[in-house]
Each structure stands twice: as structure tokens, then as C-alpha cells.
Ligand binder design. Structure first.
Ligand code: 8DG
Length: 134
């Protein structure tokens, strides 16, 4: 039996824009854009994992809002789940502290200006549709 590991990706939204992060490693993913986040640890809830990862990677205080329906396959055994998230009042602005070397806040019109990881494209489409719907 194969064991799946959930990777939570944050659709961090602020003022109608989505935060995209450019990976700095590993070499096969470096330079491509993704939703910040990471693996859910054993015994950890996905929303807690998301808040932890955003603190580690971006230095922000955030809260998970809701899961975007769907599950997207990544390299075995990982699957991507996406949650919308927002910054808590008083949070620092996101900085590329770990795993990333650039960040961009994308408006709906800019959503496809960055080179998303192939496996993230269906999830980003879903988020773009939500943003466009207001
Ligand atoms: N965070 C994140 N990872 C993604 C996305 N799309 C995608 O294929 N991945 C892959 C990259 C990695 O192989 C895996 C998650 O790894 P990670 O490096 O972000 O997770 P992590 O912080 O928990 O990693 P670790 O260093 O603790 O092992 O999922 C995405 O949108 N966000």
C-alpha cells in the first residue's frame, strides 16, 4: 500500500492579490513558482502546518481560511492540498527567508505572468477563478 503525504500550499490572499513564491531548491524545481507551504507532519493538522510553514518560509503570522476543494498529485507519494490564507493583523510583510528567492503579489490579470510549477497549474486555475469571482 502506498502512503500519501499531504503538502499544503497556501493561497495567501491580500487585497485581491495572490502571493507567488519562486523556489530556490532543489535544482529541478528552482526558478519555478509555487504556493508557499510544505509537508504536513505526522499528527499535525493541515491548517497548523500551513501557519507553521508560512512562519518559517516567509516570517509572517497567518491564518488558514478554507480548503480549496480538490487534490493535485505531485511526485510520489505527495499530493497537494490548497488552503486560502490571510495575514493576521500586525504581521510582518512576507520575505523570502527559506526555500524561495523571490516573491510576487499577483493580481488576477497577472496570474499567469510567472512560470508556475506544472503540477501547480490546476490549483492556480482554481484560485484564479475564485479571485475573479470576487
Ligand atoms: N510547498 C510547496 N511544495 C510544492 C508545491 N508544488 C510542488 O510540486 N511541491 C513539492 C516540492 C516538494 O517536493 C514538496 C514539498 O516540499 P517543501 O520543501 O515545500 O516542504 P517542506 O518545507 O515540508 O520540506 P522539508 O525541507 O521539511 O522536507 O512538494 C507547492 O505549490 N508548494
Amino acid at each position: 500500500m502506498t502512503q500519501r503525504t499531504v503538502v499544503v500550499g497556501a493561497a495567501l490572499l491580500d487585497d485581491g492579490r495572490l502571493l507567488a513564491a519562486r523556489r530556490s531548491a532543489p535544482p529541478e524545481l528552482a526558478g519555478r513558482w509555487e504556493l508557499p507551504g510544505g509537508k504536513v507532519e505526522p499528527g499535525e493538522s493541515p491548517d497548523a502546518a500551513l501557519v507553521r510553514e508560512l512562519r518559517e518560509e516567509l516570517g509572517v503570522e497567518s491564518e488558514a481560511v478554507e480548503r480549496v476543494p480538490g487534490e493535485w498529485p505531485l511526485r510520489n507519494p505527495y499530493v497537494l492540498h490548497v488552503w486560502t490564507a490571510r495575514l493576521r493583523p500586525g504581521s510582518a510583510a512576507p520575505k523570502a527567508l527559506q526555500d524561495h528567492d523571490a516573491l510576487r503579489w499577483l493580481t488576477p490579470a497577472e496570474m499567469w505572468d510567472v512560470d508556475w510549477l506544472d503540477q501547480d497549474v490546476p490549483a492556480v486555475r482554481e484560485i484564479a477563478a475564485r479571485l475573479a469571482a470576487g
